[in-house]
Design a protein around this ligand. Structure first.
Ligand code: ASP
Length: 407
């Protein structure tokens, strides 16, 4: 199928996956559907496994090499500052949009917690205060690098790679062999990503088919208004706010951006994991959007963990939704508290499916909302996670372009 580009094959995979998923959902009890779900789970799982396999060497080498190259051009400080400022700005915008829309449309008004008694029964969500959360997050940063590499602990790998990168640069010429070795390891990992891309359309098809075939449609309909508010606001942020910011800073047209970013965005949608998508995020930003490897190598792995506009927006809006369900009116100060904790907890959330749900407990707790309500959100999280992961990844890619322009 050489005459079809990889981008188009991925889109085709997504469309066919949705169609198969709908077909299986319509024939839930058929034997073929059971086999279909099994195969989709296997194929989709293998695709994600392969991405995760190459992600770890890629994160390590891309950060070390990225820092070394940036320092060689004395750009490192500006890149740091602009990356942080960019993340704070876009995440503040996203929580403001989430809270604004939740106030405007008041999803959850008219429903109440008691209606979900059964769903909440037996829910055991983790309770954690803001202070505990921050302490846990800080402790998780400094870990034996071999354990972190072996366990796929991305944040700890990022931190260790930052140290290694700086040490390599300060060590200077003496370590040029190690730097060359890591550079080559990085290039080899990207080559493997290229191979994984060949089966990406199949993997994406399988992931989407399974996602759609296994949805609880009754709960989705009850919570339709909430789901629509989340979809609408996340798309508003991803299709309007971020592209406008990109255009204002770099002059790049949104169309050109989306064309270059497509592979990574569709993969983010299908996998619901910024971490698993990271190899493709790196590939698209470097090869299609032409950001320098030293900037992508630094900004993408960091952003995949820290910069999560979609998650921050979701957590803020979901907290207001839960307040409505519980019949609690949050005042302005409490809403600001929701915004702040939503930002902190999305920074702390790893880039894996439904990670935002785990850190959500902290946002609810910060303003005294019932944590058990997470049990209502969990069953509908998989479809919501698709779009917010896309916006998380989009934010990282636009971040690279903005940093490249301003640094
Ligand atoms: N799945 C999201 C991500 O990987 C995190 C979340 O659950 O919000 O970016």
């Amino acid at each position: 199928m050489k005459f079809i580009s990889n981008n188009s094959r991925i889109l085709l995979g997504a469309v066919v996956g949705v169609a198969i998923g709908l077909l299986m959902a319509a024939h839930k009890d058929a034997a073929a559907t059971h086999t279909g779900i099994y195969l989709a789970e296997l194929l989709g799982g293998l695709f994600v496994d392969m991405l995760k396999m190459v992600m770890i060497p890629l994160v390590f080498t891309s950060i070390v090499v990225g820092i070394a190259n940036l320092s060689a051009h004395q750009q490192i400080k500006r890149v740091w500052v602009i990356t942080l400022l960019y993340s704070l700005t876009t995440m503040s915008l996203s929580v403001a949009i989430g809270v604004g829309a939740a106030n405007l449309f008041a999803p959850g008004k008219g429903l109440n917690l008691a209606m979900f008694h059964e769903a909440m029964h037996g829910a055991n969500s983790v309770q954690m205060s803001l202070a505990e959360f921050v302490a846990k997050f800080l402790h998780s940063l400094f870990v034996n690098p071999f354990a972190a590499l072996a366990q796929g602990n991305v944040m700890a790998i990022v931190v260790f790679s930052l140290f290694m990168g700086v040490a390599l640069v300060l060590g200077g010429d003496r370590y040029r062999n190690i730097l060359a070795l890591l550079q080559e390891l990085f290039e080899l990992s990207l080559r493997i990503v290229g191979w994984i891309m060949v089966i990406a359309p199949l993997g994406i098809m399988a992931l989407l088919a399974k996602l759609i075939a296994t949805q609880d449609t009754a709960l989705l309909t009850t919570l339709l208004k909430f789901i629509l508010v989340i979809f609408g606001t996340t798309l508003f942020h991803g299709l309007l706010v971020l592209p406008l910011l990109l255009y204002a800073v770099t002059g790049m047209s949104p169309l050109r951006f989306f064309r270059g970013a497509r592979e990574a965005l569709v993969t983010a949608f299908a996998t619901s994991s910024s971490s698993a998508t990271m190899p493709l995020t790196l590939r698209c930003t470097e090869q299609h959007l032409h950001v320098s490897p030293s900037i992508t190598g630094f900004v993408v792995p960091l952003g995949a963990h820290l910069n999560m506009d979609g998650t921050a927006l979701y957590e803020a809006a979901a907290a207001l939704f839960v307040a409505n369900l519980a019949g609690i009116e949050l005042n302005l100060l409490q809403q600001l508290m929701v915004c702040a904790t939503a930002m902190v907890s999305s920074i702390g959330a790893p880039g894996i499916p439904s990670a935002g749900m785990v850190t959500m407990a902290m946002v609810l707790q910060a303003v005294g909302l019932p944590i058990e309500a997470i049990a209502i959100l969990l069953p509908i999280d998989r479809p919501l996670d698709t779009i917010r992961t896309v916006v998380n990844v989009e934010g990282d890619m636009i971040g690279c372009l903005v940093v490249q322009k301003l640094a």
